[in-house]
Design a protein around this ligand. Structure first.
Ligand SMILES: NC(=O)c1ccc[n+]([C@@H]2O[C@H](COP(=O)([O-])OP(=O)(O)OC[C@H]3O[C@@H](n4cnc5c(N)ncnc54)[C@H](OP(=O)(O)O)[C@@H]3O)[C@@H](O)[C@H]2O)c1
Length: 288
């Protein structure tokens, strides 16, 4: 296990709990107390850590860190299998796959799509892309981390899923943080708002599947809710927030996009037509 931040430690913990022998390495020494207490062995360098390991897990901050560790491991990686569980961009995952090929080691790209407390449990979500036979060879070990989903042989797929899911997470989180700020400005505490906010996620499952279907079909019927109606709703929220002196930059961005959709003739369409605008595709008009 290369990298012992919160996620690296969680991955090491899950492997050790499942009875796998684990060797750990971290750039800054002294951060291995927990895995060592659970029975891990400590290595002084990435090359020493990977020597003899049938499976190498890498989980560090970002792409430059991941490449630095792979470079440091050098020829010790030859013939080994690395699962890179660092969050990186799809193009970086593709570049890393080419780097692995040139360096004589095998690489699976992993995106961990759930937080540290889920690791080692069925809720732990690990998306993997790369050679399916390689995954099959290590599935038993990787299963110790959580539920493993193979999302494609193309190396960048897991990172692409991850980016889309993080897009959903962060825009949703920002939406809620805005709502808390707006509520506070109107004298409503977070505790007062939260029970009503809890109702929203219950509306989401049919919306998630419905929007996905409409995006795939490029068909956006506005019979239940139209973009022109969403524009009015957003404008009123932005107006309320502005009247209380709040930063409305995120709301303004959403409103500007919605107004562009109306200007492009999508007003009567359902809000899922915004996908067409975001991707710059011309389609998206609901059938008359
Ligand atoms: N935490 C979560 O809930 C979560 C969930 C999903 C995905 N992830 C992903 O998992 C990865 C690791 O996250 P994390 O939570 O463990 O914390 P993190 O703060 O993102 O990463 C910390 C780890 O990266 C190492 N590192 C940073 N720069 C380095 C470099 N230049 N060379 C070598 N090592 C370097 C740190 O080593 P030092 O100790 O030496 O600084 C430490 O081991 C990230 O890509 C993150 O996006 C995390």
């Amino acid at each position: 296990m290369l990298g012992l931040g919160p996620m690296g430690r969680a991955l090491a913990r899950a492997l050790l709990s499942a009875g796998h022998p684990v060797t750990v390495w971290n750039r800054t020494p002294g951060r291995d107390a927990e895995p060592l207490a659970l029975g891990a062995r400590s290595a002084g360098s990435p090359a020493e850590a990977v020597a003899g390991a049938p499976l190498v897990l890498l989980c560090v901050r970002d792409q430059p860190a991941a490449r630095a560790v792979l470079e440091a491991a050098g020829s010790a990686l030859r013939g080994r299998t690395v699962v890179n569980a660092t969050s990186i961009a799809p193009d970086d995952a593709r570049a890393n796959a080419a780097h692995a090929g040139a360096g004589g080691f095998r690489l699976l790209n992993a995106a961990i799509a759930s937080p540290t407390p889920t690791i080692g449990r069925p809720e732990g979500t690990v998306l993997l892309s790369g050679d399916p036979e390689l995954l099959a060879a290590h599935r038993t070990t990787l299963r110790a981390l959580g539920t493993v989903h193979h999302v494609g042989a193309e190396p960048g797929r897991a990172a692409a899923f991850d980016a889309a899911l993080l897009d959903l997470f962060w825009t949703t989180a920002h939406g809620y943080l805005h709502a808390l700020a707006l509520a506070r400005a109107e004298g409503i505490s977070g505790a007062e708002l939260a029970p009503f906010a809890q109702g929203l996620p219950r509306l989401l499952p049919p919306l998630i599947d419905g929007f996905a279907r409409q995006a795939d079909d490029r068909s956006h019927p506005g019979d239940r809710s139209s973009i022109v109606s969403a524009e009015a709703g957003l404008a009123h929220v932005a107006h309320t927030a502005r009247a209380r002196g709040l930063d409305t930059s995120v709301l303004d961005a959403a409103l500007a996009l919605t107004r562009r959709a109306v200007a492009a003739g999508h007003g009567p369409d359902g809000v899922s037509a915004l996908v067409e605008l975001l991707t710059g595709e011309p389609g998206g008009r609901a059938p008359e």
